[in-house]
Design a protein around this ligand. Structure first.
Ligand code: ZN
Ligand code: ZN
Length: 589
């Protein structure tokens, strides 16, 4: 249970924490764990007060009516609080904590260090105008289905008092904006108008608010839309001056990239090492693909003369196999039918225990989530709502023109669709999330590591095929490799663009020639790599570390190694960085 924590008690809590008696040596173990457990709970409470937007994203709404103004005073308070929390953490000796608590200790320390780095060094609030958008916060509040609509609207109404000051702070904070992020900020903030002009007004009609409340909310909505429009106008007026010479580059460069990689990924490897590893893996995969494609050639291309170039030959076979796909009208049905098949495979091969009380519900993507473009997504209840349903959202292809539907279906052909379901659902993201929500502490989910989460899903694809899913059909392996090559090449692309200065032409040629991607996909990826940093490396880095860990445990365990046991132990640790999970799972052997 969460208790209310008023801002006034914030500093007294820190004071309390740092004056707890330090008693080294005595009563180590259980008592130290208990003492740390108390700190951990208090830490989370304090943490949400300085990270109000993260709180909403995590499903914590208790202070959602307080206007959030991201001005320098707020950043100062954030920094001071983080330093205070780090000092408080210093009273614990991690070597005296039991292993599971030690992981939480490290994750809390990592989070504090990372937040301070973002605030003091990375300073995205000074160059990324898309960092600001009140629409996100309000849509989170509006979407909190656990309380009556009237309640959510009252919170939004009160919060919007700060709308004008919010965007004034945004303009004041901005030093030299990045052109690409400015374009994005315009697009996304204009997109947010929908929330204030339609979504909120629509839900007002039946919420049961008093006339006075309604009038006030209407005024505040006006305030919000005006503030957004002023911000957008301001950003548009900056655009002509944001030339390549005068604006800040979207490339963050080697030093910031390596640091961000450390903070975001927590790998035992550096970003550069992962770039090298990916390069090696890419060549191996291309070779394996060419070998399979050559064998499949007669089956799919008959007597057509085979090109000398391996890459061209592989591409031609890939194109033929992609023609095998479900009909556009049965896309959703095909997915629905496949989930129980995947469950049965995992059970029969004894790969992982799947909680039968948490079935995955396949549903049509609800309207309020449409428009993300993605064909399928997982909606999971957060750590604060462990009993909520997990949904597999599928967007049917109804709205697609024939040509677009065809191209989409070729991409998610008979084979790739199965790999997608393994990745997103079973035993990928969905299975991982069910375990993560049962992890020993909330820290593991709240500060969950993206490389562990994505790495697990990518690992699941490989593991299923190794276990014989798809009957070792060469088509399945070929499509798997194409899919896997995407994670590998994403790692290279991200480093290549941000550190090695790859330009658009080099980047797109790389994606098309080396990763067998279509022009449209390469265009989208080029957009994404300009707007994000490091995230694209999380898939392959997480995969690499999980795979290596499994092989290590296999060796340690010898003939008594059980893959089910390894998977259960791994997932039971929650979404901690793989290097911390390693300590937990190898110490048992
Ligand atoms: Zn077709
Ligand atoms: Zn994923």
């Amino acid at each position: 249970m969460l208790h209310k924590l008023k801002p006034a008690s914030l500093y007294s809590s820190i004071l309390f924490l740092s004056t707890l008696p330090v008693n080294p040596g005595a009563m180590a173990g259980v008592n130290e764990d208990a003492r740390f457990g108390k700190f951990r709970d208090a830490f989370i409470e304090i943490y949400w007060t300085i990270k109000p937007v993260d709180a909403l994203a995590a499903g914590v709404f208790k202070s959602d009516s307080v206007p959030y103004i991201p001005d320098t005073a707020f950043f100062g308070k954030q920094a001071r609080t983080l330093v205070g929390l780090r000092d408080s953490l210093g009273q614990f000796d991690p070597t005296k904590l039991s292993q599971s608590y030690r992981v939480d200790y490290r994750m809390i320390l990592d989070r504090i260090e990372s937040d301070l780095w973002y605030l003091v060094v990375f300073r995205e609030h000074e160059w990324n105008p898309a960092w600001y958008n009140i629409g996100f916060e309000c849509s989170q509040i509006l979407g909190d289905r656990r309380r009556p609509v009237i309640n959510r609207l009252q919170s939004i109404s009160s919060r919007l008092k700060g709308a004008t000051r919010y965007y004034e702070a945004a303009v004041a904070n901005m030093k030299i904006p990045v052109r690409e992020h400015t374009d994005l900020a315009i697009l996304q903030n204009e997109g947010s108008l929908e929330i204030f002009e339609h979504m909120i007004p629509d839900s007002m009609t039946t919420a049961g608010m008093s006339l006075q409340e309604l009038k006030l909310l209407q005024e505040r909505l006006m305030l919000a839309t005006n503030a957004i429009k002023r911000y957008v106008t301001h950003l548009k007026s900056l655009l002509p001056s944001l030339t390549e010479e005068q604006s800040k580059s979207f490339r963050i460069g080697r030093e910031l990239y390596e640091a961000k990689f450390r903070h975001d990924i927590h790998s035992k490897y550096t970003a550069e090492e992962m770039y090298q590893k990916a390069g090696t893996r890419k060549s191996e995969i291309q070779q394996e693909m060419a070998d399979i494609a050559r064998k499949l050639w007669p089956k799919y291309l008959g007597n057509t003369p085979m090109p000398d170039n391996d890459r061209a030959m592989t591409r031609m076979v890939l194109e033929k196999i992609s023609l095998e796909h479900v009909h556009r009208d049965s896309f959703m049905f095909a997915i629905e039918k496949q989930i129980p098949e995947l469950v049965a495979f995992v059970r029969n091969r004894d790969l992982l225990w799947l909680d039968p009380s948490k079935p995955l519900v396949v549903r049509r993507t609800p309207g309020y989530m449409e428009g993300s473009g993605a064909g399928v997504t997982i909606s999971a209840p957060g750590p604060y709502d462990p009993d909520g349903n997990t949904y597999y959202n599928v967007s049917p292809l109804d709205g697609y023109a024939d040509e677009m539907a065809e191209s989409y279906l070729r991409e998610y052909n008979k084979y790739t669709l199965q790999i997608l379901n393994i990745h997103e659902a079973i035993p990928g993201h969905y299975a991982q999330l069910v375990y993560a929500n049962k992890a020993p502490s909330r820290i593991r989910s709240l500060f969950g590591n993206g490389a562990t989460v994505e790495g697990w899903a990518v690992y699941a694809e490989r593991m299923m095929l190794e276990q014989g899913y798809g009957n070792n059909a060469p088509e399945m392996w070929l499509m798997y490799y194409k899919w896997h090559l995407r994670s590998v090449c994403n790692t290279m692309l991200d480093f290549g663009v941000h550190v090695l200065n790859w330009n658009e032409k080099v980047a797109k040629k790389f994606l098309v020639d080396d990763a067998f991607q279509e022009e449209a996909e390469a265009d989208g990826k080029w957009r994404r790599v300009k707007l994000t940093q490091v995230q694209l490396t999380s898939y392959f880095t997480g995969f690499t570390e999980i795979y290596e860990l499994r092989e290590e445990v296999k060796t340690l365990r010898g003939p008594s190694f059980s893959i089910k046991d390894f998977h259960s132990r791994f997932l039971s640790c929650g979404s901690a960085p793989v290097m911390y999970i390693r300590d937990l799972v190898t110490s048992d052997y």
